[in-house]
Design a protein around this ligand. Structure first.
Ligand code: FMN
Length: 364
C-alpha cells in the first residue's frame, strides 16, 4: 500500500498481511459487497475497474464485488446490475480483476439471486422456496425440485465463468432475505420436502449451491458464504434462535465446501446471542472452526478512529487480537472514501469524510 503507516495507529493490526483458506491477502480489510447499478446491460465497465482498483491500491486486502446475478431470468430484474455470463460480461470482469491485481489486491465475485425480491418487470413470477408473497407484489412461484436443479446449474456456470475471468474467490450471497436466505428463514421456507424443516434441512439447498460452486472452483480459491440473521425488510428476523441452531446451518455449509464465513450484521459490536459478547462472525468461527469476516458500521464516522470503546477501532482491534474473527469488511465508509484505509492508517482524519446517504449516488 502506498501509505505512511503510523505504527502507533490502532489500525495497524488490520494492515498485517494474512493467508485465509490458502489465499494470501495484503491486509485484513475487506470491501463489503455493494450494489451500485453501474453495469449497463449487466456488463462491467472500465469505470468499475477503476472504482475497485482505487480501493485495492489504498489498502483493501480483499474486494468482494457488488452482487452479480447468476444467469437465470429469475435471478434479477435490473439491467444495471452486473451478470456473470460468458462473453462481454466475462471480458469486463477480466479487466476488473486485472486492475485489482495490478494494485496488489485480491477480489471475490459475489453470486446473487434475488428470490422473492425480484420485481415482476416482465410479468414473470419470482422464484421462492414456498411462494410466500411479498406485500404489494404478485404471487411468486414455489420452486420445484426441477427448479432447484436449474438454479444449481446456474450457480455452477457462474462460478466457472468467474474462475475463467481470474477471480481469487467466490462469495455466495445467502444473506439479507434474498433467495438462499429465504430457504434459511422459517417464515419464507414452509417446505415439507428435504429442503424444509429443521435448520439443517433449511440449509440443504443453500449447501447444495455451495457444493455446486465448490465443484467449479479449484483450490486455493476460497468459497465464502455470506449469511445474516436480519433481512432487509425485517431487521429483527432470525434464521437461528440459538447457537445450536446456527451450528446446524453453518456445519451444512462447511461440509459442502465453504472455506470462509462472512457474517453480516448491522453493528459489529453487538452480541449475536444472549450470554456472550461474541458477535455473529465470532460465533461462526467458534461453531465451525472456519475463518470469518465481520462487518457492520465500521468507520462510518471519523469518531470511530478517535475514542476507545467497544464501537471504536480499538474495540474492533481487540476482538481481532482475541481471534474472534479474521477479516473486517467496510461498506458504506468506502463509498465516499476510496482511500479510507490509507488515511486511517496514516492518522489523516482530515482526509476522511463521514458517511452520508448521498455517497450512494457518487462513484469516485
Ligand atoms: C449501497 C449498498 C449496496 C449494498 N449491496 C449489497 C450487495 O450487493 N450484497 C450484499 O451482500 N450486501 C450489500 N450491501 C450491504 C453491505 O455489504 C454491508 O453489509 C452493509 O452496508 C453494512 O456494512 P457498513 O456498515 O460497513 O456499510 C449493500 C449496502 C449498501 C450501502
Amino acid at each position: 500500500m502506498n501509505a505512511t503507516l503510523d505504527t502507533g495507529s490502532p489500525v495497524a493490526p488490520l494492515l498485517e498481511p494474512v493467508t485465509v483458506a490458502g489465499l494470501p491477502l495484503p491486509s485484513r480489510f475487506v470491501m463489503a459487497p455493494m450494489t451500485r447499478n453501474r453495469a449497463p446491460g449487466g456488463v462491467p465497465t472500465p469505470e468499475m475497474a477503476g472504482y475497485y482498483r482505487r480501493r485495492a491500491a489504498a489498502g483493501i486486502g480483499l474486494i468482494v464485488t457488488e452482487g452479480v446475478l447468476v444467469d437465470h431470468p429469475s435471478a434479477g430484474h435490473e439491467d444495471t446490475v452486473p451478470r456473470m455470463t460468458a462473453g462481454a460480461a466475462e471480458a469486463g470482469w477480466r479487466e476488473v480483476v486485472e486492475a485489482v491485481h495490478a494494485a496488489g489486491g485480491r477480489i471475490a465475485a459475489q453470486l446473487w439471486h434475488l428470490g422473492s425480491l425480484r420485481e415482476p418487470v416482465d410479468g414473470a413470477a419470482a422464484w421462492t422456496p414456498s411462494g410466500v408473497r411479498e406485500p404489494g407484489r404478485p404471487a411468486p412461484r414455489a420452486m420445484t425440485a426441477d427448479d432447484a436443479d436449474v438454479l444449481l446449474a446456474a450457480y455452477a456456470d457462474a462460478a466457472a465463468v468467474a474462475v475463467r475471468a481470474g477471480f481469487d474467490a467466490i462469495e455466495i450471497h445467502a444473506a439479507h432475505g434474498y433467495l438462499l436466505d429465504e430457504f434459511l428463514w422459517p417464515y419464507t421456507n414452509r417446505r415439507t420436502d428435504a429442503f424444509g424443516g429443521s435448520p439443517a434441512r433449511r440449509a440443504a439447498f443453500p449447501a447444495a449451491v455451495v457444493r455446486a460452486v465448490r465443484g467449479q472452483v479449484p483450490a486455493p480459491r476460497p468459497v465464502i458464504v455470506r449469511f445474516s440473521q436480519f433481512k432487509e425488510r425485517a431487521f429483527d428476523a432470525r434464521i437461528a434462535e440459538t447457537p445450536t441452531e446456527l451450528a446446524q446451518i453453518l456445519t451444512a455449509f462447511a461440509e459442502a465446501g465453504a472455506d470462509v464465513l462472512h457474517a453480516s450484521q448491522r453493528r459489529f459490536w453487538q452480541p449475536a446471542f444472549p450470554g456472550s459478547a461474541l458477535n455473529l462472525a465470532g460465533w461462526a468461527k467458534r461453531l465451525t472452526g472456519l475463518p470469518s469476516i465481520t462487518v457492520g458500521s465500521v468507520g462510518l464516522r471519523r469518531d470511530f478512529l478517535r475514542p476507545d470503546g467497544p464501537e471504536s477501532v480499538a474495540g474492533l482491534a481487540a476482538r481481532l487480537a482475541d481471534g474472534e474473527f479474521d477479516l473486517v469488511a467496510l461498506g458504506r465508509a468506502l463509498l465516499g472514501n476510496p482511500a479510507w484505509v490509507r488515511h486511517a492508517a496514516a492518522g489523516r482524519l482530515d482526509e476522511i469524510v463521514d458517511y452520508r446517504k448521498a455517497h450512494e449516488d457518487v462513484y469516485p
